[in-house]
Design a binder for this molecule. Structure first.
Ligand code: GDD
Length: 323
């Protein structure tokens, strides 16, 4: 039985990945940051909690000793580093913590693996945010596109990305970067734009709210489904050699289009409800993201279960029932 350790197991991606690995008969372990309300930390993994409750550990990416103790105890075959301060706008409010959790946190993990001589393969959750506003002439971002981060979050992710490459090349660690473009689901944090729009629209439909305040409506993103993408994380660790791969759908939509689609599916016009609130604008914006998966498609069979439309449908159905 293979053992996997997931940092951030209680996040959107961590919870889907845990399910995926349990289905593959892995012994799944996870790191959780302590919160004074423990239920908040396990909300996304309640359904698998009975199976993994003895494999959950309090640790923090900023506390190397806590990582050391977990890695020594679990001796994982695979480590998935998904923990982060993952909100781009919040990274402007908490730049130092963001850098610590993502940049130094990844270095802490790499040092634990190197110094203990562990043979664990490492997956790093790298991000399309690292590209900033660099776009190739064909409109896509790919592995060779220059990386010009425009937020503290993206700067921290770029540091972690480079550290993974550095430890792979310097020490021969099996360390892979998945450069994931935005990925969503009903489990997405409610302050990210997809779930914020879907929840806002459903509340308006049900008469629980009248309006929805958003930031920039003109940026475009390449939105895939988190459930499809966790499979790729695993596949990257099953390759003969570790590498760095873009994972995306290759299609982009603006935030405005996302509003239009969501409100239309609920029989409403977003223009009557959505307004711009400067509080949700960012000091610097990443305008357009669209990923090219040619390199990834060269090493694995790429087929996603979800489309943009079926993903939005799933999110709407979830919140229509829940609210
Ligand atoms: N969150 C948020 N809230 N975003 C808004 C809002 C709002 O009210 N209004 C407009 N937006 C715009 C943002 O300015 C951005 O251009 C776009 O919606 C998407 O924002 P988010 O959903 O917050 O995601 P993100 O693109 O900044 O970052 C996500 O994707 C990255 C991968 O590219 C996060 O998941 C990152 O952790 C991830 O690395």
């Amino acid at each position: 039985m293979k053992k996997a350790l997931i940092t951030g197991i209680n996040g959107q991606d961590g919870s889907y990945l845990a399910e995926f690995l349990l289905d593959k008969d892995y012994d799944v372990h996870g790191i959780i940051k302590r919160n004074s309300i423990p239920e908040n930390q396990t909300a996304r993994i309640q359904h698998i909690y009975p199976v993994i409750k003895n494999n959950l550990y309090h640790a923090d990416m900023c506390d190397m000793s806590s990582l050391l103790s977990v890695v020594q105890r679990v001796q994982p075959d695979e480590i998935y580093n998904l923990a982060a301060q993952s909100h781009v706008r919040v990274s402007f409010d908490q730049p130092i913590y963001t850098l610590d959790a993502i940049g130094r946190g990844t270095l802490n993990l790499l040092e634990v693996v190197r110094l203990t001589g562990a043979t664990s393969k490492i997956y790093q959750a790298s991000s399309s945010e690292m590209f900033g506003n660099s776009i190739d002439t064909d409109g896509f971002q790919r592995e060779t596109t220059p990386m010009n981060p425009v937020s503290p979050y993206a700067c921290a992710k770029l540091l972690a990305y480079n550290l993974i490459k550095c430890y792979r090349e310097s020490y021969g660690l099996f360390a892979a970067n998945g450069i994931l473009f935005n990925h969503e689901s009903p489990r997405r944090g409610t302050s990210f734009v997809t779930n914020k729009i879907v929840i806002g629209a459903v509340k308006i439909k049900k008469g629980l709210a009248r309006n929805l305040a958003l930031g920039n409506l003109d940026s475009t993103r390449d939105w895939g489904h988190a459930k499809d993408y966790v499979k790729i994380m695993w596949q990257l660790l099953q390759l003969d050699n570790p590498g760095d791969y873009v994972c995306a759908t290759g299609q982009s939509h603006s935030v405005r289009e996302l509003c239009d689609t969501t409100f239309r599916k609920l029989g409403m016009d977003y223009k009557e409800h959505v307004f711009q609130d400067p509080r949700f604008l960012r000091p610097a914006e990443l305008n357009d993201l669209k990923g090219c998966t040619k390199k990834l498609a060269g090493v694995i069979d790429l087929n996603f279960d979800y489309t943009f439309d079926t993903m939005i449908d799933e999110m709407i159905n979830y919140w229509m029932e829940k609210l």
